[in-house]
Design a binder for this molecule. Structure first.
Ligand SMILES: *Cc1c(COP(=O)(O)O)cnc(C)c1O
Length: 355
């Protein structure tokens, strides 16, 4: 593996108050960078002081949005070691996103080593208060300076780190979500299964409309028939209907969440039935109305598990489990967070120490 050159800052920042971290506001002292050039491959991996990029106004990413990203966390364990949760999965997925957007692949093992090395250098930034962690944001973007549509010949791969608190300031309280039936986020054949900024750009307007009505997230329907449930904001979604856990199948328009995959594996290890299939909004609303919709929750790295207490569809509100956290939802949250923060035995081998 190529050597990662390290240049340390001479001007470290003051660390923020751990009780007021919020999400994605503070960034650490260093970042990882690596360049790509067609014919040369990835070169010059380095850790340097955190700071702005100089971007030419014709930089292709600014015009054609050729960029991909990932999101994972480093957790401080009770014995003060630092561990990552399934980081290989993130870089495998980064390459899946890259394949769709014509971004060259990175070496998965090398990328995980880069994260470990960077987090290790920034280990003082990994917070220790309950529910805090160090969010890791790898991303790659097109750097050719050219106003013309084609895949870039040069790229920058960067990893930045942000100490974060709990995603929702209110804690593990059920959120209210609104089913969107006008805008769509993605269609099969598009980029829905990738982590790319463009998918988020497409989601903003519906998010703003939902927020105005007092809803914290949008639940997307499929872009073709506007009939099947897809996912929620930056989370996959699960429903417990009549004792069975149902989550939308991965058919190309939704993201294959690592938290989603972990939830499925945990639930099955408890002997529960998990079905990945298409679920229509009509079936969901009918289940809600006849009392069979027992629980609903979102899953994602940022929030881990987010219970859903109310769904609005076409202006009609449907309260789930009296707006309270369901039993399975709570159990999943407890088990997953215990593994991530190293408080429970990791029987699945999901975690890896940074050193
Ligand atoms: C990142 C993301 C998720 C969650 O994926 P995890 O790997 O569980 O963090 C779900 N949906 C979208 C659109 C995402 O970008």
């Amino acid at each position: 593996m190529p050597e990662i050159k390290v240049t340390l800052t001479t001007n470290p920042k003051q660390k923020p108050d751990q009780s007021k971290l919020g999400f994605g506001t503070y960034f650490t002292d260093h970042m990882f960078l690596m360049n790509y050039e067609e014919g040369k491959g990835w070169y010059d991996p380095r850790i340097v002081p955190y700071g702005p990029f100089e971007i030419d106004p014709a930089c292709m990413v600014l015009h054609y949005a050729q960029e991909i990203f990932e999101g994972l966390k480093a957790y401080r364990t009770p014995s003060s070691e630092i561990q990552l949760f399934r980081p290989w999965e993130n870089f495998k997925r980064l390459n899946i996103s890259g394949e769709r957007l014509c971004v060259p692949p990175v070496d998965v093992d090398f990328a995980v080593e880069a994260v470990k090395k960077l987090v290790d250098i920034e280990s003082d930034w990994v917070p220790s208060e309950p529910n805090t962690s160090l969010y890791v944001r790898p991303f790659i973007f097109a750097t050719d300076n050219h106003v013309g549509v084609h895949a870039s010949r040069t790229y920058l791969f960067a990893i930045i780190l942000s100490p974060v608190g709990a995603y929702y300031a209110e804690g593990l309280n059920p959120v209210k979500i609104m089913i969107e039936n006008e805008d769509v986020r993605a269609v099969r054949g598009g980029m829905g299964y990738t982590k790319t900024g463009g998918n988020y750009a497409a989601s903003l307007r519906a998010g703003e409309r939902a927020a105005k009505e007092g809803y914290s997230q949008v639940l997307w329907l499929d872009g073709v028939e506007r009939k099947y449930i897809e996912e929620v904001g930056a989370m996959n979604v699960f429903f417990k209907i009549d004792g069975e856990i149902i989550t939308p199948a991965l058919l190309g328009s939704i993201l294959a969440g690592i938290t989603r995959k972990s939830c499925i594996e945990l639930l099955r290890s408890w002997g529960m039935t998990v079905t990945e299939r298409r679920l229509s909004v009509d079936e969901l609303i009918e289940a809600a109305d006849n009392g069979k919709l027992e629980e609903a929750f979102g899953s994602g790295t940022a929030a881990v598990i987010s219970p859903i207490g109310e769904i609005s569809f076409g202006g009609v509100k449907h309260v789930i489990n009296n707006g309270l956290i369901g039993e399975t939802t709570q159990k999943l949250y407890d088990e997953l967070t215990s593994i991530q923060w190293g408080k429970a035995e990791d029987k699945f081998g999901w975690t890896t120490k940074t050193k």
